[in-house]
Design a protein around this ligand. Structure first.
Ligand code: 4NP
Length: 163
């Protein structure tokens, strides 16, 4: 049995990177028969709370067969540190912010999203780059990265289950 059954993905706005990661993870985990793993996402910022993902993020996920249009942005909450096994940050600033807000009784482990699956060496600073001010190719690049993370997450969880 594994204690890696709930994952919270955190970026800045919760409208680009983390909802795309949530969608990719749900899709790959579902395909792998690991649909019981709880996946959610949140932002360190509150500007977009209640909003659907950025239209470019929705379109990019849809091009890859994943519907994220029903997701709604929320801000990271202190309860998240007790409700999730892992809180996984999209970039180093997100990681610093998540760590800085951790309550004393936090039980969640906190890590960089790429590092959690051993992919941080493949990308600059281990970061999923913020595509908000970029173009379609930046969103495609994010999708490729979060889908790599999702596939590697399936492998990690399978290995934990088999151990
Ligand atoms: P995300 O992208 O952190 O990947 O959701 C951003 C979305 C919105 C903003 C920044 C980044 N913003 O400044 O509003």
């Amino acid at each position: 049995m594994t204690d890696e059954t709930s994952l919270l993905i955190v970026c800045l706005g919760n409208i680009c990177r983390s909802p795309m990661a949530e969608g990719a993870l749900r899709a790959r985990l579902g395909e792998a028969g690991l649909g019981h793993v709880r996946v959610d996402s949140a932002g360190t910022g509150d500007w977009h709370v209640g909003n659907p993902p950025d239209s470019r993020a929705i379109a990019t996920a849809a091009r890859h067969g994943v519907d994220i249009s029903g997701l709604r942005a929320r801000q990271l909450h202190v309860d998240d540190y007790r409700r999730f096994d892992w809180i996984l940050a999209a970039d180093l600033q997100n990681l610093r912010d998540v760590r800085a807000r951790a309550p004393e009784d936090a039980s969640a482990r906190i890590e960089l999203l790429t590092r959690w699956v051993g992919l941080e060496a493949d990308v600059d600073e281990g970061a999923i780059p913020d595509p908000y001010t970029g173009g379609q190719e930046d969103f495609e690049n994010v999708w490729r990265m979060v889908d790599d993370v999702a596939r590697a997450t399936v492998a990690r969880l399978r290995a934990a289950i088999d151990a």
